[in-house]
Design a protein around this ligand. Structure first.
Ligand code: SIN
Length: 323
């Protein structure tokens, strides 16, 4: 048995502060250091069952501003700690707004063998640390219970007593403390009084791929943008994205959040087909919150996102386009 649990802090509402305890929206995210956040959770010592707690601040951001540099640093720190035989589990505290993207990114780039051996658990809060009743401390305790559960594997997200897989989790509510769900699949498990009740199996691991985490930090990430189909959509957005601009890297790929089953306004579709013909890969996701694009017979002119939401399809395409 290892002897440590590592918590990597990245900011978010869980580390947020507002001037009044009753203010759950007018706060600044990423204000409290992870060490101090953890110190304030009295039952944490007992939850660790004798293990040492190691806290490390990897970033201190509002996750709406999450970017590739933090992702690269986080992936390196996760890999380093996961391969340490003294470490039983790694947790990440993160803002809720892009948590599903970070979880999916980490699942895609970390060596599957490391994630099969130990869980990587992301947790968060919808109320700032300064709230009258903050939800962060309970989420951290639940995340520790999951991280130390013998059945826990892969990249997991814990929020409001529910456990989700990195692939399916999405933020579904703007304000409620149970902000996340896993769509049709439902949560993988529930955490009840520090006990984990599994409802399903952790999602199958992503196919093994070798990503050089060191190189990730020094690589220019391919620019992939997301567009949406809607009533009255035109091809103007897609065509303007393709125009070279000295201030931004060239467009390398597009994800479209289509209506319903990934359908597209005829004018937008024409522009996307043009972009694809000119060498820009295009992936079709759906803007619906539930379900996934279901393929019909034959080969679609624009490939679908293999069940991924638009934001996760974008990450998958960026990684695919990396040298
Ligand atoms: C953030 O995503 O960093 C702010 C919002 C939140 O954590 O709920």
């Amino acid at each position: 048995m290892g002897k440590k649990v590592v918590v990597l802090g990245t900011g978010g509402t869980i580390a947020g502060r507002s001037e009044r305890g009753s203010d759950n929206v007018g706060y600044k995210a990423g204000q409290v250091g992870v060490q101090s956040l953890l110190q304030d959770i009295a039952p944490l010592q007992a939850a660790l069952q004798g293990r040492e707690l190691v806290a490390e601040q990897v970033a201190q951001v509002d996750s709406k501003d999450m970017g590739f540099a933090v992702w690269a640093a986080l992936a390196q720190r996760c890999a380093q700690h996961l391969q340490d035989t003294q470490v039983d589990a790694v947790l990440i505290t993160h803002g809720t707004d892009t948590l599903e993207e970070t979880a999916f990114f980490l699942e895609q780039v970390l060596p599957p063998a490391l994630l099969q051996a130990k869980p990587l658990v992301l947790t968060c809060a919808m109320r700032p640390a300064s709230a009258l009743t903050p939800d962060g401390p309970q989420n951290v305790l639940d995340a520790v219970a999951v991280a130390l559960d013998s059945a826990a594997r892969g990249v997991l997200v814990v929020c409001a007593g529910a456990v989700h897989s990195a692939r399916l989790v999405q933020k579904s509510y703007t304000y409620r403390v149970d902000a996340f769900d896993s769509g049709d699949a439902g949560p993988l498990a529930l955490v009840e009084e520090a006990r984990v009740r599994w409802l399903g199996k952790p999602a199958p691991m992503a196919p093994p791929r070798v990503v050089d985490l060191q190189a990730l930090a020094n690589t220019a990430w391919p620019r992939v943008e997301i567009v949406m189909s809607y009533a009255g959509a035109s091809g103007a957005m897609v065509r303007s994205l393709a125009v070279p601009d000295a201030n931004v890297p060239p467009l390398r790929g597009l994800v479209v959040a289509g209506t319903g089953n990934g359908t597209l306004h005829v004018d937008l579709e024409a522009a996307l087909l043009e972009a694809q013909a000119q060498g820009t890969p295009v992936v079709r996701a759906s803007r619906c919150a539930r379900g996934q694009v279901v393929a019909g017979e034959g080969v679609a002119a624009l490939p679908h996102s293999q069940g991924l939401s638009a934001v996760k399809a974008r990450i998958a395409l960026m990684l695919q386009l990396m040298p």
